[in-house]
Design a protein around this ligand. Structure first.
Ligand code: ADE
Ligand code: ZN
Ligand code: ZN
Length: 294
């Protein structure tokens, strides 16, 4: 091997081993936002179009990883990508678990972030100019609704949601967290969809209208006065983290067909739920004038 290619391989493997602190990989976020945008009401679709910058070409999915690129300019935002339960605790409790552990600030986590950015977006179209940058509120909200559906973004604190658990994905070294952020999805798209992400999105959309049709309304539902219900989404993720992500995957485990085939179903379901719910939240936010005036 040439000196150059050794360096390249070293760099590539470093990139792969670095803990991914930032949620589904780009692909996951693109999928969530494509599913969501296709389900927007006319009013919500228009609002989203107005909030998107020209560079997005009215495609929300081009901005759904934006939140992963602003950790340096907005250091406070890093804690907003996840929430953690105590070690081996398989149920999410908002008053206990929504906290920025590094800073010790209560009420800072992905659950609070979703509530916060939804509330900000309610100012859209009001007479007074919002003190918030609502374009950024939309980008943050769209990203965090994706993140909260990744089971290990609501995993255990002691292993940073699987970031410190080293496993083998077939023969390759990975962290368990990265397997759930990206690798299961990538393997699935490569293996079953000819590496064509568009085909995969189509298939998920088909499943939403056919296989999961009877459940979709339930996914969309929150309590009477809640626009989003992120503590509910987090609770589901924590349960899935225990039941599927951590199960049979401890330090040094070799994950192969059994793990891949069963877990990819969960990844697909969580991506679908995230997309459906993001659309439902945006529809409720931007259609609220109609329903509140009745
Ligand atoms: N990314 C970085 N830290 C994390 C944590 N504690 N839980 C989940 N994802 C994370
Ligand atoms: Zn993230
Ligand atoms: Zn992640």
């Amino acid at each position: 091997m040439s000196h150059f290619s050794i360096q390249l391989v070293a760099l590539l493997s470093l990139t792969l081993l670095l803990p991914n602190t930032h949620g589904w990989g780009d692909d996951g976020h693109v999928i969530v936002c494509k599913i969501a945008q296709a389900r927007l009401s006319k009013t919500a679709a228009e609002a989203v179009q107005k909030l998107l910058p020209k560079s997005a070409g009215n495609d929300l999915s081009t901005k759904c990883s934006w939140a992963d690129h602003v950790h340096h300019i907005y250091p406070w935002s890093s804690a907003l990508h996840y929430a953690n339960t105590p070690d081996a605790v398989c149920s999410y409790k908002n008053s206990r678990d929504c906290i920025d552990y590094k800073k010790g600030i209560k009420g800072r986590c992905v659950v609070a972030a979703i509530n916060n950015y939804t509330t900000q977006l309610l100012q859209y179209g009001s007479e007074t100019k919002s003190k918030y940058n609502l374009t950024q509120s939309l980008f943050f909200l769209s990203h965090f609704v994706g993140d909260i559906h990744q089971p290990l973004h609501c995993g255990f604190l002691s292993d940073s949601g699987g970031n410190t658990i080293k496993v083998k994905w077939y023969t390759r070294k990975q962290t368990l967290h990265h397997v759930w952020d990206q690798i299961i999805l990538q393997t699935e798209v490569d293996k079953f969809y000819d590496s064509d992400m568009g085909e995969f999105v189509d298939a998920i959309q088909q499943n939403i209208t056919k296989v999961w049709a009877n459940e979709v309304e339930e996914w969309e539902q929150c309590g009477d006065n809640d626009l989003p219900c992120p503590a509910q989404y987090a609770s589901e993720s924590t349960i899935d983290a225990c039941k599927w992500a951590y199960k049979d995957a401890t330090e040094g485990s070799v994950l192969s067909d059994d793990y891949f085939l069963s877990r990819s179903q969960i990844v697909n379901l969580r991506l679908a739920q995230a997309g459906v719910r993001l659309a439902a939240i945006l529809n409720r936010v931007f259609d609220r004038k109609l329903s509140s005036s009745m």
